[in-house]
Design a protein around this ligand. Structure first.
Ligand code: GDG
Length: 477
């Protein structure tokens, strides 16, 4: 049987149940530990000098192959082009895009170098599955090194509309590089449509729906396929974890401190794409317009630090500290703190139990590829007495979770109304919404996500390297 080789920027230091703040790490590891295989990528170490060496470590059926990055590579490839150029652009924040030609060169160089490190570890029948925006040129680099294996790519974040992607100067090279993969997976149908729009209108390629449901793309002299594969969770596992954690100390402490008040709960990496400032303001608006909610509800925001060496992340941290201080100063009483803003990580089981103990899951990113927290929140609920999910329409998860109260995260009054509605929703309606969402979550769990992608990658008929007729040669920039 073919081995599955997962390639992602970061191979998470996963200890079962321990903190792993990041959707890719959670989803990918859940998928890989069932099939077995290898996970290749950066170890998280940054070396000031020397020659990084691959470390191999077996854990159960999974081999972890990790390598450090030199400081310059970290700065250009990870901190620079990946997180200061691609991340904001792909989250529709063209205003935050910083572009430096040297960083882009570093990004391409590191992709080529990582591909060269992987080549000696590969077998002929391995199937390679590359993840996320850090590794867009990876297939091109593997092909240049003579690798003939099937190579798929999954983008965990949104694929932006063409007019936004054009803000990234090497947009054309990036899309051309994506066309070296055999199969491109996106979180949602709108992401696939955005990619196809670029192919047709900017790259002069063609797209065609095939009988098997895949979209076949011809561009830059390549033939490949694309489709949407919304990532899932294991809802019953999350539910078990949540139930088991009910008697753990953090949950007991929360309940004791609340004295019967309701809880609105949010968990996000501290990232400007997650809409935290707008979310805080909507909670403030609820308290402002509905005095009866004062001293009756607290909002707990857990926001572990991430990419703290980037200016935009330091900025969002300062803004949130200011907002939570201001709102608490305005409404707090001696026995009640409206917002608990917690800038640290918790164990997975603790988070699940906190989700279960809360009355509203408040998940309102400005843009999000999927958002696993939304799915985990629903999964963690007590089936007899579930809480309500308030969800941004701009999270990929909103395409599936119609049982949530769907909001526009820029509409502060609309979000405040949704919070009010969620806090007073009768049990019958909560049950109906919860049951509806659980059907969807069980039907599309992480194994279904992985199996659909792998089935398409291994069975699709697309050929790599097929030349296009002159009539569909890509337009010149
Ligand atoms: C990217 C895309 C897409 C968070 N804090 C802690 C913690 N977490 C866990 C959550 C969840 C994961 O991290 C976060 O996943 P999200 O999906 O919400 O967001 P991103 O990190 O931005 O993930 C996203 C995802 O990839 C998967 O494709 O959905 O759109 O941006 O699982 O529970 N886990 C622990 N402690 C924490 O403090 N243990």
């Amino acid at each position: 049987m073919s081995r599955l080789i997962i390639v992602s920027n970061r191979v998470a230091p996963i200890s079962e149940g321990g903190p792993a703040a990041g959707g890719l790490a959670v989803g990918v590891y859940d998928a890989l530990k069932e099939t077995g295989g290898m996970w290749f990528g950066w170890s998280g170490e940054v070396l000031s000098s020397g020659q990084p060496q691959i470390q191999l470590e077996e854990r159960g059926p999974v081999t972890f192959a990790t390598i450090g990055l030199l400081r310059r590579d970290y700065d250009q490839y990870y901190r620079g082009f990946s997180n200061a150029t691609l991340w904001p652009a792909f989250h529709y924040r063209a205003d935050l895009v910083q572009y430096d030609r040297n960083e882009y060169a570093g990004y391409c160089r590191v992709n080529a170098w990582l591909a060269q490190q992987l080549v000696p570890l590969l077998r002929d029948d391995d199937v390679i599955w590359v993840h996320d925006y850090h590794l867009i040129p990876f297939a091109e680099a593997l092909r240049a090194a003579g690798v003939k294996n099937r190579i798929g790519f999954f983008l965990h974040i949104p694929f932006p509309a063409s007019q936004v992607l054009l803000a990234v100067p090497p947009h054309r090279e990036l899309v051309q590089a994506l066309c070296s993969f055999d199969l491109l997976g996106f979180q949602t149908k709108p992401d696939v449509r955005a990619f196809c729009d670029y192919i047709v209108n900017e790259a002069g390629g063609t797209v065609e729906k095939r009988a098997d449901g895949l979209t076949q793309i011809e561009a830059f002299g390549k033939t490949l396929c694309a489709n949407d594969y919304p990532i899932g969770v294991y809802p019953d596992e999350v539910a078990e974890l949540a139930k088991a954690g009910e008697r753990d100390k953090p949950v007991r402490t929360l309940k004791a401190t609340l004295h019967g008040r309701k809880v609105i709960m949010s968990v996000d990496r501290l990232d400007y794409s997650k809409g935290l400032v707008e979310r805080f303001r909507a909670f403030e608006r609820l308290l402002e317009h509905t005095p009866s909610q004062r001293n009756k509800v607290s909002f707990v925001q857990i926001a572990p630090p991430t990419r703290a060496d980037l200016h935009a992340y330091q900025d969002i941290r300062l803004r949130l500290e200011a907002e939570s201080g201001r709102i608490n100063g305005r409404f707090a009483e001696l026995d009640w703190t409206p917002i608990w803003y917690i800038h640290r990580q918790y164990e997975r089981a603790v988070l699940a139990a906190l989700f279960r103990a809360s009355h509203v899951g408040y998940v309102t990113p400005l843009r999000d590829g999927m958002n696993l927290v939304a799915k985990e929140y629903v999964s963690a609920q007590d089936p007899e007495n579930p809480g309500v999910l308030v969800l941004s329409r701009f999270a990929g998860a909103a395409q599936e979770l119609g049982g949530a109260l769907i909001v526009n995260p820029l509409d502060i009054d609309g979000m405040a109304d949704a919070l009010g509605k969620a806090l007073s929703m009768p049990l019958a309606e909560r049950l109906a919404r919860y049951n509806d969402m659980m059907v969807q979550l069980r039907e599309n769990n992480v194994s279904v996500w992985r199996d659909r992608f792998m089935r398409d990658l291994t069975s699709m008929a697309a050929q790599v390297g097929v030349s296009l007729p002159a009539s569909v040669e890509p337009a010149q920039p």
